[in-house]
Design a protein around this ligand. Structure first.
Ligand SMILES: *Cc1c(COP(=O)(O)O)cnc(C)c1O
Length: 409
C-alpha cells in the first residue's frame, strides 16, 4: 500500500506548514537531523522495497488489515445511526501506535541508526516503540517520569522485558513534561547516532507528516472495507484526539470526500472548561509554538504549557497536531467536539457489555461521541476509529467507577 494520495502529496508545504500551522522550530543541530530525516523519508516513501517490507510486517506480524465491525447491539440500544468500528484494538500490542512505531524504526534502520529514543507518559508509546525496536534489532531508551513509572508499573515491566532501558525523570513533578525535557537533552547530546521517535502527529516537521502517512493505512483500509460492506461511504467519521495520530490516520482518506463529516473528539475531562481540568486544546487553546511546532496550545499566563487532565492518559497533551489545527481552521473538521471523563467511562462499559469489546479509555471518548450524536442521525452511518483495547484500564475503572461494573444497558 502506498503512503501517498493527492491530498497527502499537497500538504504540508516544503517547510512543513499546513496553512499557518506546523513548521519546525528547533535548535540548528536538531534542524540538521530533521532535514536528513526529511530527505531520507522523501526518498523511501515511494520506494518499492521499503513499502514491501512495511506491508509484510503489517500483514505477518502486526495483524493487518484490521476489520471493521458493525456494532449492531450498540446501534440498536442507542437508536438512530448505525455505528461501525475500525478495529485498531486488534493490532499487535493492542493499539494503533504500532502503525507508526514500526515504520519509524524501519526508517531509523534504513538511515543506519542503531538506537531509538522517546519519552512516554503512561507508557503506551514506550511499549509500542520497545516492541518495534526489539523486532528490528534496535537499541531503545525510553524516558519516563518517576511518578508515571510507579503509576504505570505493568508498562514499565513490559518495556524492560522487551529489552528497552527505561530511564526515570526525577526532576520537577516527575511526569511527562520532565520526561520530554530529559529525552530532548539526551537527543541534543548525540543527534547523529540516535533517532528520536515521536509518538503522534506532533513535533517539528517532518514528524507530523510522517506519522500521518504511517497512520494513513487505517483510513485507506477503512474506506475500501466500508465501501465493500455498505456500497457507499460513511456519513460521519469519529476518532479520539490527543496529539491526533489515530484521527489523522483515518481522516486522511476522507479529506477530499466533502460529504463525509469528520469529528476529532477532544478530552473534556471534568467537563468544567476550567484550565487544568481538561485537555481540549482545539476548544480552549490559542495559537502558539510548543515542542518545536506552531499549533493550537493550552498555555498558562506565563506562556508555559498549562496543566492538563483527562481520564485517558494518552489524550492529555497541551497541544494538538498542526494538521488538526489547520483542518479545524478551514472548517474541514467539526467544531465543539468532545467527551468528558464520565461520558467516556459510560461508553467504555456500554461497548463492553453490548459488543464484547473492552475499549481503551482514549477510544471510549470516540465511542461516547458517536453515542451522543447517533440518536439525531437516523438512516445514517457513523464510522468510529477504535484506536486501542482497554486491558490497561481495567484496574482504574473498577476502582474508581465500581457502580458501572454490574450496571445493565
Ligand atoms: C496514545 C493513544 C491515543 C492518543 O494518541 P493520538 O495520537 O491522538 O491518536 C489514542 N488511543 C490509544 C489507544 C492510545 O494508546
Amino acid at each position: 500500500m502506498t503512503l501517498t494520495s493527492p491530498y497527502l502529496e499537497n500538504y504540508p508545504d516544503e517547510k512543513g506548514f499546513y496553512g499557518k500551522f506546523g513548521g519546525s522550530f528547533v535548535p540548528p543541530p536538531i534542524q540538521e537531523q530533521m532535514d536528513k530525516i526529511s530527505a531520507r523519508y522523501n526518498e523511501i516513501k515511494n520506494s518499492p522495497e521499503y513499502l514491501k517490507e512495511l506491508d509484510k510486517i503489517r500483514k505477518e506480524y502486526q495483524g493487518r488489515p484490521t476489520p471493521i465491525s458493525y456494532a449492531k447491539r450498540l446501534s440498536e440500544h442507542v437508536g438512530g445511526a448505525k455505528i461501525y468500528l475500525k478495529r485498531e484494538d486488534l493490532n499487535h500490542m493492542g493499539a494503533h501506535k504500532m502503525n507508526h512505531c514500526m515504520a519509524e524504526c524501519l526508517l531509523a534502520k534504513s538511515m543506519g541508526f542503531k538506537k531509538v529514543i522517546a519519552e512516554t507518559g503512561a507508557g503506551q508509546h514506550g511499549v509500542a516503540l520497545a516492541s518495534a525496536a526489539a523486532y528490528l534489532g534496535l537499541e531503545c531508551d525510553i524516558y519516563m517520569g518517576e511518578v508515571d513509572m510507579l503509576k504505570e508499573e505493568p508498562n514499565v515491566t513490559r518495556m524492560r522485558i522487551l529489552g528497552t532501558k527505561v530511564i526515570p525523570a526525577t526532576t520537577g513533578l516527575k511526569t511527562l513534561k520532565e520526561a520530554v525535557d530529559m529525552a530532548f537533552m539526551a537527543y541534543m547530546e548525540d543527534p547523529e547516532n540516535i533517532m528520536y521517535c515521536i509518538g503522534s502527529v506532533v513535533g517539528p516537521h517532518p514528524f507530523p507528516m510522517m506519522v500521518r502517512d504511517f497512520q494513513s493505512v487505517v483510513g485507506k483500509e477503512a474506506k475500501g472495507q466500508f465501501l465493500d460492506m455498505e456500497g457507499t461511504l460513511p456519513d460521519h467519521v469519529v476518532a479520539c484526539c490527543g496529539g491526533g495520530s489515530n484521527a489523522a490516520g483515518i481522516f486522511s482518506a476522507f479529506i477530499e470526500d466533502k460529504d463525509v463529516k469528520l469529528y476529532a473528539v477532544e478530552p473534556r475531562g471534568k467537563g468544567t472548561g476550567v484550565m487544568g481540568e481538561h485537555a481540549a486544546s482545539i476548544q480552549y487553546g490559542h495559537e502558539g509554538v510548543l515542542h518545536g511546532f506552531n499549533s493550537i496550545t493550552l498555555t498558562d499566563s506565563n506562556g508555559e504549557p498549562a496543566p492538563v487532565h483527562s481520564i485517558a492518559s494518552g489524550l492529555d497533551y497541551p497541544s494538538v497536531g498542526p494538521e488538526h489545527a489547520f483542518w479545524h481552521d478551514i472548517g474541514r473538521t467539526e467544531s465543539d467536539v468532545g467527551a468528558t471523563d464520565l461520558e467516556a467511562v459510560e461508553a467504555f462499559f456500554m461497548l463492553s457489555k453490548l459488543e464484547g469489546i473492552i475499549p481503551a479509555l482514549e477510544s471510549s471518548h470516540a465511542v461516547a461521541y458517536a453515542i451522543k450524536i447517533a440518536p439525531k442521525l437516523k438512516g445514517q452511518t457513523i464510522l468510529v476509529n477504535l484506536s486501542g483495547r482497554g486491558d490497561k484500564d481495567l484496574d482504574y475503572v473498577v476502582e474508581n467507577y465500581p457502580e458501572f461494573v454490574d450496571k445493565k444497558f
